[in-house]
Design a protein around this ligand. Structure first.
Ligand code: BTN
Length: 303
């Protein structure tokens, strides 16, 4: 498009077009100028820029506000701070890298710069605190669905909070909440996806979408798809409850039907994973036929 056309359409001086193009180029946009033809956009950087994420993003809640950090301690910390300050439900915090990314039970989450998606979403569901695990499973289903649609990689959900591909972890989900006097004030869902990390930089037992698909993935496209997927499922959940989410979770599950070993506080439980219940707990049938309800723990599929 010619500089004159751009200046008319944007309602700015021709000189300002030039300086705005320069600013975009600094952000990594590849724009070439041919004096006879005008400006041409050749490439968009694979950076999680708020304007790219929000561009024509048709969600009703998730992504209403998007905050992106080049680097932060953990997007969970930022999201907690914003939620305490009254930031609305649906606000998303992303980071290109985290100095102290965290996982469940005090584990670290490795977040190499520009290779993955590190996202925390503020939610304010009208739920009792004990129902919060439903949101972990909802987020897992939404993430697996987004990965499948956007990349074609056959992602599965592994109870309670992992996404796996061929039994290797590609994504972890961490849910933290603030509750007092039995009331849930807000909840933060943290999602970490290994997107473009090459195999030699992955911890053992982990994989990335790059490794599984054999080519780099646009993090912007995946991130937009993820926000849409979360938004749709959160709307369904708010209107109709957990039932449809649970059904979808069962469809994507790598856990159900298998013989599992679960580390529950103080002991090891073994049996067949048969279902999840209305609160998102895993039901394990032991060899004697007794069904135990597991609300938290690490699951290993034995066969
Ligand atoms: C796990 O596997 O135990 C959960 C990992 C969750 C990682 C994500 S990355 C975005 C958000 N910020 C964090 O510090 N953790 C979560």
């Amino acid at each position: 498009m010619s500089g004159d056309d751009l200046s008319r359409r944007l309602g700015i001086e021709p000189d300002a077009v030039w300086s705005q193009v320069g600013a975009l180029q600094k952000q990594g946009y590849e724009i070439v100028l041919r004096p006879d033809l005008g400006y041409r956009l050749v490439g968009v950087p694979d950076r999680l820029l708020p304007a790219e994420i929000r561009y024509r993003l048709e969600t009703s809640l998730v992504g209403c506000r998007v905050v992106v950090y080049e680097e932060t301690s953990s997007t969970m910390d930022v999201a907690h701070r914003l939620a305490r300050a009254g930031e609305p439900a649906g606000t998303c915090v992303l980071a290109e890298s985290q100095r102290a990314g965290r996982g469940r039970i005090g584990r670290q989450w490795h977040s190499p710069k520009g290779e993955g998606i590190c996202l925390s979403v503020i939610l304010r569901p009208a739920l009792p605190p004990h129902a919060a695990p439903q949101l972990t499973l909802l987020s897992a289903v939404a993430t697996a669905a987004a990965i499948r649609t956007e990349t074609g990689v056959p992602a599965q959900v592994k109870w309670p909070n992992d996404i796996v591909v061929h039994r290797k972890k590609v994504c972890g989900i961490l849910t933290e909440m603030q509750a007092d006097a039995g009331t849930l004030r807000y909840l933060i869902v943290g999602i970490g996806i290994n997107v473009n990390t090459p195999s030699d930089r992955l911890p053992s037992g982990a994989t990335s979408l790059l490794v599984e698909r054999g080519e780099a993935i646009s993090r912007i496209d995946l991130c937009r798809r993820l926000l849409l997927s979360l938004d749709e499922r959160y709307a369904t959940f708010s209107a109709h409850g957990f039932q449809t989410i649970a059904q979808e979770w069962e469809m994507f599950s790598s856990t159900l039907g298998g013989h599992v070993r679960v580390e529950v506080p103080g002991r090891l439980l073994e049996g067949q994973a048969v279902a999840i219940d209305g609160d998102g707990a895993l039901l394990v049938r032991k060899d004697q036929g007794i069904v135990e309800r597991v609300v938290a723990g690490d699951v290993i599929r034995v066969r």
